[in-house]
Ligand binder design. Structure first.
Ligand SMILES: NC(=O)c1ccc[n+]([C@@H]2O[C@H](COP(=O)([O-])OP(=O)(O)OC[C@H]3O[C@@H](n4cnc5c(N)ncnc54)[C@H](O)[C@@H]3O)[C@@H](O)[C@H]2O)c1
Length: 344
């Protein structure tokens, strides 16, 4: 690719406005050239706010047909992730698709195949991998200092998507979202604990319920118990009914100590080591809450850097699919009341 990478957006809602577009503007190797949204006024609003020379469309198909695009960020309601990403790959555009990457494994596989066939990259915005505390936690886990992971706790909860996206009614509709809190928030932590431990989740049982939200046919709460490929156990939970401070933490109990990630207010990362006995508190930028304007994750450089071969994709299509598989297995476990084995 000669010159700057020409980037377009499909879906101009809250995550495009608050994370993707501001982060892309900070990437010197990219140029925003188009916005598409069936509510064209939203695409026009993004142009006025961020990139006055960009083209605007009410259909991604028309946008792709017009050409001149190298890479697309797909941030639509969940059910469109697969079809839009496949259209973009078939138009020879690299793709960064929002989480959950798809609504079924069959669809995720088709996305991966379309990217391979067209020789473009497919990445999934499992952006918890980019939080400073999570990057540091990954470094510590990979160093081996914590020993073998034995027990994992992960939780992500907030007050619900109505407090996040003004146009986000779709989050509460199964026909548009496919899942509720389980995939909206649960998939972030399913992905993060796979990433941090380097272990796959191989068995799961779960419950999900709608305990408080009205006028919805998706779950607002989800809890699960897990077994990892190394025999470790854990719990993974997500909630749209957490009032006050967001719950967004992970604890890794290991053979040589415990790593607390965003567990205590004001302490993004704490390692308790057993041998030699010590406590290390890491000074890191605060993990932003979902509602804060800028997340400081540098998603634009992470995506474009991978396209330019400067870095590995922070979450490939295959990785995104494995994290989705955990959520789909959790759903099956909750529906059937059985423990579900997750195939590699
Ligand atoms: N990575 C994260 O931390 C994170 C956070 C929030 C949301 N998300 C994900 O981002 C996606 C979008 O969420 P949001 O909060 O921006 O929602 P939103 O409702 O604010 O925005 C969605 C936008 O997509 C548009 N849209 C609807 N149908 C479309 C279609 N067929 N083609 C193109 N655009 C279409 C809507 O008009 C709207 O502007 C979801 O998949 C969500 O799970 C990720």
């Amino acid at each position: 690719m000669a010159g700057k990478i020409k980037v377009a957006y499909v879906g101009c809602g809250a995550i495009a406005e608050r994370l993707h577009i501001p982060d892309m503007l900070a990437c010197a190797d990219a140029e925003i050239v188009a916005f598409s949204d069936p509510m064209k006024a939203k695409a026009e609003q993004m142009r006025a706010q961020f990139a006055e020379n960009a083209r605007v469309y009410d259909s991604h198909k028309t946008m792709l047909k017009a050409g001149g695009i190298d890479a697309v960020v797909v941030s639509t309601p969940n059910i469109y992730h697969g079809p839009v990403a496949i259209d973009c790959a078939n138009a020879k555009c690299h793709v960064l698709v929002e989480k959950p990457m798809a609504t079924s494994i069959a669809e995720a596989k088709k996305m991966i195949e379309a990217a391979k066939k067209n020789k473009v990259q497919l990445m999934v915005n499992q952006c918890q991998r980019l939080f400073p505390a999570h990057k540091k936690a990954k470094e510590i886990m990979d160093s081996g200092i914590m020993g073998r992971v034995l027990h994992v706790t992960a939780m992500f909860g907030h007050e619900g998507p109505e407090h996040w996206s003004p146009s986000g009614k779709w989050f509460f509709q199964k026909k548009n979202a496919r899942f509720g809190a389980m995939a909206d928030l649960g998939v972030h932590k399913a992905d993060l604990i796979r990433y941090l431990t380097g272990e796959e989740i191989v068995e799961i049982n779960a419950f999900y319920e709608t305990v408080e939200k009205k006028k919805t046919d998706v779950e607002d709460n989800f809890v699960s118990s897990l077994k990892f490929s190394n025999g470790a156990v854990g719990t993974l939970a997500a909630s749209w009914t957490v009032k006050g401070a967001e719950a967004n933490y992970t604890v890794l109990h290991c053979s040589n100590g415990t790593l607390q990630v965003c567990m205590q207010p004001g302490k993004p990362l704490v390692a308790y080591l057993h041998n030699p006995s010590c406590t290390i508190e890491f000074e890191l930028p605060k993990t932003p809450s979902n509602y804060e304007g800028s997340w400081g994750l540098d998603v634009g450089n992470a995506f474009i850097g991978a396209l330019l071969g400067r870095a590995k994709p922070y979450c490939s299509g295959e990785e995104g699919m494995r994290s989705l598989a955990v959520i789909l297995a959790a759903e099956e476990a909750a529906k059937t009341g059985r423990t579900i084995k997750i195939k590699a």
